[in-house]
Design a protein around this ligand. Structure first.
Ligand code: PEP
Ligand code: MN
Length: 340
């Protein structure tokens, strides 16, 4: 349930509600809205009597039940859009963010080239996988810790915050020591141990939808991160598996609208992994912006054809330049703030 405090309720009233909620066996999650405080109480199904009791406390306006299985992610818990900060880059609640960089970190030179492409054309966040979840065990698996060090060096050089993937629960601490945002990949979308560990790491999370995950499953999985006390989750649609074979995955553009309807969390789109080939990336990216996404994450590479992973879908300097010009125009047209 959510306890909605009155506008301007005294801090003591809020403390009293929090104490009451805890003593009744619920876990409280406080959300500061624009004009009032909401206290989410997660726990056993509340009875009408219990809600009446809480409703009668000083400073309480009303108590509402959250009917959705995902509680903290739902708009019933928080009506206003959430804003998440990746380093100093904002996404959500009107702020549009662009992350770009290579699929995988391959070398200092390659990463520097990709970072320069990203930065030159206005991406504010640097992406790049150090730990790569590959379908085949014989494919390039990433440089691991060495890749993290190269990412840290690029942040040092450019000031760009870093989003990079963490593939296993026992790597969360290592990756979180470098990353400004932890990425949970599509193949780990229901790795609940990993999700819970990321919830404890104190870093924002870019959470990708699984290849065959329904939106209700996706939001319930996000709840594993949120319920650990980490409110900074960005949902990312990256294409789902369908019967269609002309694209790598089918970008579910309606997921953007549905997620924004059901949840207050920022929603990003990854057009690169959905498309699977560079010619299609701009159309999918622009569709995402127009549909109301709060950000995109795009793969760029100084020499895409030499990439050790996802060579067919990475954009080069000129392609990313052209895309960003159009992304800015559409973002402004739909009323988003975009830096860079
Ligand atoms: C990635 O972004 O590097 C990646 C592997 O994406 P996904 O998990 O969406 O396949
Ligand atoms: Mn990739």
């Amino acid at each position: 349930m959510v306890i909605v405090m009155q506008k301007g309720a005294a801090p003591e009233a809020r403390e009293r509600v929090l104490n009451e909620v805890v003593s009744l066996g619920f876990t409280p999650h406080v959300s500061e809205g624009e004009s009032r405080t909401l206290i989410g109480a997660i726990g056993p199904a509340p009875t009408e009597e219990l809600r009446e009791h809480l409703r009668a406390l000083p400073g309480v306006e009303t108590v509402v039940r959250i009917t959705k299985p995902y509680k903290l992610a739902s708009r019933e818990f928080r009506h206003d859009d959430s804003r998440v900060l990746i380093g100093d880059v904002a996404t959500g609640a009107g702020a549009f963010a662009v992350a770009a960089g290579p699929c995988g970190v391959e070398s200092a030179e390659q990463l520097r080239g990709a970072t320069d492409i990203a930065r030159r054309h206005g991406a504010r966040v640097l992406r790049g996988g150090a730990f790569k979840p590959r379908t085949s065990p014989y494919s390039f698996q990433g440089l691991g810790a060495e890749g993290l060090a190269l990412l840290a060096a690029e942040r040092e050089r450019t000031g760009m915050p870093i989003v990079t993937e963490v593939t296993a629960p026992d790597l969360v601490e290592t990756v979180a020591a470098t990353a400004d945002m932890l990425q949970i990949g599509a193949r780990n979308s229901q790795n609940f141990a990993l999700l819970a560990e990321c919830g404890k790491a104190g870093k924002p999370v870019l959470f990708k939808r699984g290849l065959s995950t329904s939106i209700a499953e996706f939001l319930q999985a996000a709840e594993y991160v949120l319920s650990q006390g980490n409110p900074n989750v960005v949902l990312c649609e990256r294409g789902i598996r369908t019967f269609e074979t002309s694209t790598r995955f089918t970008l579910d553009i309606s997921a953007v609208a549905v997620l924004k309807e059901l949840s207050h969390l920022p929603v990003w789109v990854d057009p690169s992994h959905a498309a699977g080939r560079r010619a299609l990336v701009p159309s999918l990216a622009l569709a995402a912006v127009a549909a109301g996404a709060d950000g995109i994450i795009v793969e760029v590479h100084p020499v895409p054809e030499e990439a050790k992973s996802d060579a067919a879908q990475q954009l080069d300097d000129a392609e990313f330049d052209a895309l960003m010009t159009r992304v800015r125009a559409v973002a402004i047209a739909v009323g988003k703030q975009i830096d860079g």
